[in-house]
Every structure is written in C-alpha cells, then in structure tokens.
Design a protein around this ligand. Structure first.
Ligand SMILES: NC(=O)C1=CN([C@@H]2O[C@H](COP(=O)(O)OP(=O)(O)OC[C@H]3O[C@@H](n4cnc5c(N)ncnc54)[C@H](OP(=O)(O)O)[C@@H]3O)[C@@H](O)[C@H]2O)C=CC1
Ligand SMILES: CC(C)CCC[C@@H](C)[C@H]1CC=C2C3=C(CC[C@@]21C)[C@@]1(C)CC[C@H](O)C(C)(C)[C@@H]1CC3
Length: 619
C-alpha cells in the first residue's frame, strides 16, 4: 500500500458503520479501486471502511456525552469489542452492532418513544449470553425471534429499517475473500500476541481467492461445460447410452447448425422478454444493495408460464409439430449456446464500464477469462430490464417445461401411444411443479445467492440458457427411446417421495424468505435466532435449525424422485442427481465461507448449534 494514509497492520480506531462509535481495529488491506480499507475488529469481524471512518489511535478522543442514559444503555455502551473479547467471550460484534445502530438512531431521532424501546434493545448482554447457551446445545432459554427485545414490534421494525438505511448510507462492504479465513477464529489474544501474523497476512491470503478452481479452472469450465452438454445430447439418443461409449459417434459438422432452430430460440427469448416487461403482476423489492438501494423486479413469472402454455397449446392446435424439439434438440442447444456466448461477451464488456458499486464482490480477478466466466456486474440492467433475473427465471426455466412436453409428444409419436407412459407423466408433472412453484414464489429468488451475491457472466448465462433447458430435460428425453413401465404401487411410492421433498423444499425456502423480508413477522415469533454483527439475525430453530440447508435436502429428495421413474438400466437419467449433489455441496461450501465472513463469530455459533449441513446426522 504505497501512498495510503494507513498501512497494513496499523492499529487504528474504526467507526462502526451507522454509528458514531469507534473501536480499535487493525488495518488488513487497502483496495485502491474502491478506496476502502479492510479492517478487522477485535472479535474477528472484518469490514471495509472509508478513510473518513478511520482515525489514528493517538488523535482519537472519546466524544463526551451529555445525554442522560439508563444504566442498561450505559453498560452496553461502555463495552467495546476489544474489551468484550478480553473480558467476556459472550460479547460479539453483534451486540456492538446493536448498540451502534441504536446509538445512531438515537443521535438522529430523539423521539422519546423510540428511545424507550431502544433502552431495552441495547441491553444485549443477556440475550447474547442466551444465544451462547443455545450454542452449547442447552436450549433451556428460548431466544425470541425478534431478539433482543420483544417489547414493541413496530419500533423493532423501525430499528431494523434504520439499520438497513444506515448500512446503505455508510456503504458497509464486506471483504470478498474465499480463503476460508475464519474471522471469528482471530481472537483478541491473537491480535495482541501475534500482530504480525494477523495484521499482515500473506499476499495470497489477502488477494481474493477465486472460486471454481481460479483462472485455470475458468479455462477448464469454459471448454468442459459446452462439451459436456454436447456429450450428453449425443449420448441420450444412443440405444445404450453409457460412459463406455466414449467418444459417441459425432454427426457431420453441418448437422450442428440450423438457422430455423436459431430463429425459434430467438423468438422464444423475445416472447418471454415481452411477457416479462408487461405491466402485469407485482413489483417486488430486492434485498438492499451495498449502496442501500433496493432494486425493483417485475415478479410475473407465473403469469408468463400460463401465457406460454396457452401459446404452445394454440401452436399445437394450429398444427405446429412440437416433436421438432425432439428431432432438433442438438441444433436448438447449439443455437442457445451461441446466444449465451454473445450475451456473456456483452455482459463482460459492459461490466468494464460499470461503477464499482455495481460490481459483485470477488468477481474481479483482473484475469479476462476468469472474469468473463464468473461474471462481474451484479445486476446488469437495460433500463428496468434485469438481465440476470430474466435469464434465470424465464426462457430456460419455462423452456425446460416446453421441452419436457415435446418429449412426451415424441414418446407418443414414436411408440404409437394414445397417452404418455406413467414414467413420462411423472417426470413431466414433477418438473412442471418445480418450475411452476419457483415462478409462483418468484420473489423468493431475490434472497438466493445468485441474485444477492453472484455476478452475471458466462457461468450463469450458459447455466440459465443452455444447461437448464438442455440437461435438466434429459430424463424426459431418455424416456422417449428407453421406456420404463411402472406399476401403480411404485408410482405411489415415487409420488410420496416427491411430495415429501417438495414440502421440505418449499417450507424451508419460504421460512427463510419470510424471515429475511420481515424478521418481526409474528408468524415466525416462535423461532429462535442468533443476532449478528450486520444487524441481521440467523434462524436457529425451525427448518433452519434442523440442518444448515434444509432447502437443499428437499431439493435432493425431489431430484431422486425425478430419476426413479427412469429405472436403473443406465446412469444417464441419474446424471441430474449426481450433478446436483456436487452442485449443492459446492454451493453449501461457498455459502459457508461467505456467511462466515459476513457474520463472524455468530456464524460459528450457528454452526455449533446446527451441526449438519444438508442431511441430518449424515452430512
Ligand atoms: N435446481 C437447481 O439447479 C438449483 C436449485 N437451487 C435451489 O435454489 C434455492 C436457493 O439456493 P441458494 O441460493 O443456493 O441458497 P439459500 O437459499 O439457502 O441461501 C443461502 C443464504 O441464506 C441465508 N441464510 C443461511 N442460513 C440462514 C439462517 N440460519 N437463517 C437465515 N438466513 C440464512 C444467507 O444469506 P443472508 O444471511 O445474506 O440472507 C445465505 O447466504 C434452494 O432451494 C436450492 O435448492 C439452487 C441451485 C441450483
Ligand atoms: C453451468 C454451471 C455448472 C451451473 C449453473 C447453475 C445454474 C444452472 C443454477 C444456479 C442456480 C439456479 C437456480 C435455479 C435453476 C438453476 C440455476 C440457474 C432455480 C431457478 C430453479 C427453480 C427453483 O424453484 C429455484 C429455487 C427458483 C432455483 C433458483 C436457483
């Protein structure tokens, strides 16, 4: 850090975002582009601060306070993270944040009513202690959902809202670093005893660690993913689709391209775009961005799938042969691939001109190939048209159902059936339910990792436009030429399995979504939570108290129910299940690092309380 005011390793006073309180912090790094310092508080919480929010220890003076304060508040206020970690391990940055937020709110609003509420709110020692007890699996004392108080829900909401606003105003930024560093593992003692180690981590540790195998990985995935789709598309048509048939017979080069197929894909995307922009349905707010802004999204996905179904029915009625999709699967996939590449190039170029506030943290490695692959801009929009949201929820997802339906028609045509087979019906209905449910609850996608954290680049563009419609449909495609008759009892068992998975998936996703949208929701008041330094809490009972990713568990059970109708003669229809296990295990570990960095010791406490990641007592 050559020309910056504070150097790596300096002990300085850092303002707690949203408050006028300063705590001792160590400078870890400085980012010349964003002009932000990454600092570490004594309890291990890492934040990014602007220079104006940092003061040198020597020049620092405690602000004299003339306002009268209750003993509760005084006690809470007098503790810095530093003192806390040394004296009482129960005091986390969460408590500090609560005090800080309350302090700021009080400074700006002197309404007596709010102050009264905050007097209760800012006595977090007890609650934090309770949370700690929970973490030791004692759970005797129930921590209420709207911890630390359950006195005045209205005021609580106001405080949450203020906290959000404040965070936005102060541009609170987290450090993107996938090194797996555990902030909470860095104790005050370490800061005292091993300043060199903590204050000056290696360059490697400080540099942004890259997902997906880094730069080399990006080259690999760029080549492997399209090749893999091609491989599967060629395999599924073989009489004996098997890994032993490698390489599958390649068709002549000209067979890969069909201008008409390309035209159909373009038409489909335009049609979906038209439905997306229609002023029908709700305008939902996304989660607050770093700037504090909340983007609006037109969540009319269910309307889009209903209109699409009507349009497809009309086309069939008018004589369009949908089995074209079966016979031109490869050409449609190639056309979609081309579109995803063009889109990714556009996204990459525009990300170069995007303001730093609009970029995803960690999306920039400086390496063109990696940045192209991973995506850099968080919410690329053309006017109000959100490209990431649109691509993730519309053409590919609804296209998946369209292709499945076309496979059912192809099966009937190929085998001269009056109706599709049981296995085909199950696969079609199960996956239609999954997609329709996703579109019905479209707002919930706004609290998922992809929308909140990931940049939009090749990985998601390809994933949304090629991977989903052309690999998630392989079970239906497989059944066209590999019938698998099912008895009614087997059908019943598979249906029950699907419903169980769906119940877990939907309930857990809705619980988290409702909690993130309104932590004071009375319907969730029976749930225990852990407060965190960011002002957000973590659910520690209910679905999110069973395992850390109950939604993944439900999703995996559903995936099993999708493969079972295809039988056990080949591995290919089980491909989705295998891929999905790998994807979700990887997503879970990405999310773990992200949450650990975000929530520090509170996350570790959550992990101690909820020990298993996806499958209770197994994993
Ligand atoms: N079919 C498919 O191909 C795929 C399906 N999916 C499905 O999509 C859905 C979304 O998945 P994904 O985005 O990966 O992950 P989640 O919806 O599980 O989101 C993870 C986020 O939830 C929040 N969170 C974690 N633990 C808690 C807790 N205890 N209390 C409150 N909030 C918590 C954190 O965000 P914060 O604290 O910042 O709010 C965390 O980053 C899942 O159901 C998944 O199965 C996902 C990928 C592919
Ligand atoms: C190409 C890569 C190897 C992997 C790309 C991953 C993407 C295909 C998935 C990432 C997250 C997704 C989600 C859904 C579809 C698959 C992708 C895009 C989802 C929209 C499916 C429907 C669900 O109901 C959902 C919960 C809304 C899903 C959200 C995540």
């Amino acid at each position: 850090m050559p020309t910056v005011k504070y150097q790596r390793g300096d002990k300085v006073m850092g303002r707690w975002p949203g408050s006028s309180l300063y705590y001792e912090v160590k400078v870890l790094s400085f980012d010349a582009i964003s002009q932000l310092y990454t600092v570490i508080y004594k309890d291990g919480t890492e934040l990014e601060l602007k220079e104006q929010d940092i003061k040198s220890v020597t020049g620092f003076q405690t602000r004299p306070r003339s306002r009268s304060r209750s003993p509760g508040r005084r006690r809470s206020r007098s503790r810095s993270p530093a003192r806390t970690t040394r004296r009482s391990s129960s005091r986390t940055a969460a408590a500090v944040a609560t005090a800080a937020i309350a302090d700021s709110v009080l400074s700006t609003s002197r309404e007596l009513k709010l102050k009264d509420t905050l007097e209760v709110r800012v006595s977090p020692l007890k609650e934090t202690k309770a949370a700690e007890n929970n973490s030791n699996n004692k759970h005797e004392k129930k921590e209420e959902n709207n911890t630390p108080i359950k006195v005045n829900e209205k005021s609580e909401e106001k405080v949450e809202a203020d906290a959000e606003k404040i965070q936005g105003r102060y541009n609170l930024r987290r450090r993107k670093d996938d090194s797996g560093a555990k902030p909470s593992a860095v104790t005050a003692e370490q800061l005292e005893k091993e300043p060199a180690q903590v204050a000056a981590p290696s360059a490697a540790a400080l540099s942004t660690t890259l997902d997906f195998g880094g730069k080399i990985g990006a080259y690999f995935w760029l080549l492997f993913l399209p090749a893999w789709v091609l491989f599967l598309a060629l395999q599924v048509n073989l009489e004996d689709p098997s890994l032993t048939n490698f390489p599958p017979p390649l068709p002549p080069l000209e067979a890969f391209w069909d201008t008409q197929a390309f035209g159909f894909v373009i038409l489909w995307i335009l049609f979906q775009a038209l439905l997306y922009i229609l002023p029908v349905g709700k305008l939902s707010e996304g989660m607050p961005l770093r700037s504090g802004e909340r983007l609006k999204y037109r969540t009319n996905g269910f309307f889009a799938i209903v209109v699409s179904a009507a349009a497809v029915a009309a086309a069939v009625y008018l004589g369009f042969d949908l089995t074209y999709i079966h016979s031109h699967f490869l050409q449609l996939a190639v056309a979609s691939f081309l579109i995803s590449v063009l889109l990714s190039i556009y996204l990459f170029v525009r990300s170069r001109y995007a303001a730093s506030e609009q970029l995803a943290l960690g999306g920039s490695s400086g390496n063109v190939v990696y940045d192209f692959f991973k995506g850099h801009e968080l919410n690329p929009r053309v006017k109000n048209f959100d490209l990431k949201f649109f691509c993730e929820m519309r053409p590919g997802l609804i296209g998946w159902c369209l292709i499945n339906f076309a496979m059912a028609l192809a099966e009937m045509k190929q085998h001269g059936l009056d109706a599709p087979s049981y296995s085909m019906i199950l696969v079609n209905l199960f996956q239609l339910l999954y997609v329709a449910d996703g579109l019905w609850n479209e707002e919930a996608i706004l609290t998922t990792m992809d929308l909140m954290h990931d940049g939009f680049g090749f990985m998601l563009a390809f994933g949304d436009l090629v991977w989903v419609p052309f690999t998630y449909t392989l079970q239906a495609y497989y059944l066209v030429s590999h019938p698998n008759p099912l008895s009614l009892p087997v059908v019943t068992v598979i249906v029950i399995l699907k419903l169980v998975g769906f119940y877990i998936f939907r309930k857990s996703n809705s619980e988290k979504n409702a909690f993130r949208r309104n932590p004071s929701d009375p319907k969730l008041s029976h749930l225990r939570t852990i407060p965190t330094a960011t002002g957000k809490s973590l659910l520690v009972s209910g679905w999110w108290g069973v395992v850390r990713h109950p939604n993944y568990l439900g999703d995996l059970i559903m995936a099993l129910a999708w493969s079972l109708p295809c039988g056990f003669s080949h591995l290919l229809p089980w491909y989705y299940m295998i891929y999905f296990i790998i994807l979700l295990v990887h997503r879970d570990s990405r999310d773990m690092s992200e949450c650990r960095r975000k929530y520090g010791s509170a996350w570790d406490e959550y992990c101690r309380t909820v020990r298993y990641r996806i499958i209770p007592r197994v994993y």
